[in-house]
Every structure is written in structure tokens, then in C-alpha cells.
Design a protein around this ligand. Structure first.
Ligand code: FES
Ligand code: FES
Length: 159
């Protein structure tokens, strides 16, 4: 199997990684870099549990080849907090009780961040639409929407 050297930024840190052509991004992040917030569930780009941000856009890492990541800027949930402080989106999910088992939560928070970067003050409909690719089996979504609304007013887009 051919190997490749890719160079990218993961949570703000440069990473030089040797991979095989067939390696999926989810496996590289979890197994090579130890970023286990990236969850595998459906494995077919349906549930959103494996969502990471690539250059600010939500992407399903379960169906993305790692070899395509050369030069990319990748964000996982491990990169959300800074200096020991929770990101406003993380705080909002806690404050609003927007998680139960937590399996969907990391992907949900990253998609929320991408939404707030695009639309700093989204309507409830916009939130529902943007998060439709992130499936939650536990919360019923109401608390998730409230969390995104709280994050919108507490600097959740980082600006
Ligand atoms: S595990 Fe990737 S979308 Fe479900
Ligand atoms: S909190 Fe359990 S799947 Fe969303």
C-alpha cells in the first residue's frame, strides 16, 4: 500500500503525518492523533457524529480520505477550549442541558460553531436547518437549539 506524508494543522498545531492512501480522516484523527472526540456511528455520512471542521466547514470525517487533508486546517472538539476556559458553545451546551449520552455532542458543537461563523444571530429555523445533518437520539433537540441561541449571544462565533 502506498504511503503519503501529509502536513496539516490540527487544532492549531502543525501535524506531519504518514498515512496510507486508503486511510480515512476519522481513523487518522482517532488512532494516530488520539482525538477521540471524533465519534464513529453510522460510518456512511448520515449521523454527523464524526463531524470535524475543515477550513471552517463541517465535514464527515468517516467518508473523507486523509490524503486530501494536506494543507488543511482541521478543528476537532478538543480544540474548542482555550487556556483552560470552555468555549462559549461548550458552556452553552452545559448550561442548557443540551446533551445526554454525549455521543452526538462533539459534532453538534462543531456544526454550531460553523453556523455561528456564517450567521452570528441565527433564527430557530436556521439552526434547525444547519444542524439537520447532526442526529441526536437523546435530547429531542429543543435544548440544543436553546444552547446555540445562548452561544450566539455569548460570543460563540469567537468574534
Ligand atoms: S459516523 Fe460519520 S456521519 Fe455518521
Ligand atoms: S446526546 Fe445522545 S445522541 Fe445526542
Amino acid at each position: 500500500m502506498a504511503t503519503h506524508q501529509i502536513s496539516c494543522f490540527v487544532n492549531g498545531v502543525k501535524a506531519d503525518i504518514e498515512i496510507e492512501s486508503s486511510h480515512l480522516l476519522i481513523d487518522v484523527l482517532r488512532d494516530k492523533l488520539g482525538l477521540i472526540s471524533v465519534k464513529r456511528s453510522c460510518d456512511m455520512q448520515v449521523c454527523g457524529a464524526c463531524t470535524v471542521l475543515i477550513d471552517g466547514k463541517p465535514v464527515s470525517s468517516c467518508t473523507t480520505l486523509a490524503v486530501e487533508m494536506d494543507g488543511a486546517d482541521i478543528l476537532t472538539a478538543e480544540g474548542l477550549s482555550a487556556g483552560g476556559n470552555l468555549h462559549p458553545i461548550q458552556q452553552a451546551f452545559i448550561d442548557k442541558g443540551a446533551l445526554q449520552c454525549g455521543f452526538c455532542t462533539y459534532g453538534m458543537m462543531l456544526s454550531s460553531l460553523a453556523l455561528l461563523k456564517e450567521s452570528p444571530n441565527p433564527s430557530e429555523q436556521e439552526i434547525q436547518h444547519y444542524l439537520h445533518g447532526n442526529i441526536c437520539r437523546c435530547t429531542g433537540y429543543t435544548s440544543i437549539i436553546k444552547a446555540v441561541q445562548q452561544a450566539a449571544v455569548s460570543g460563540g462565533n469567537g468574534e
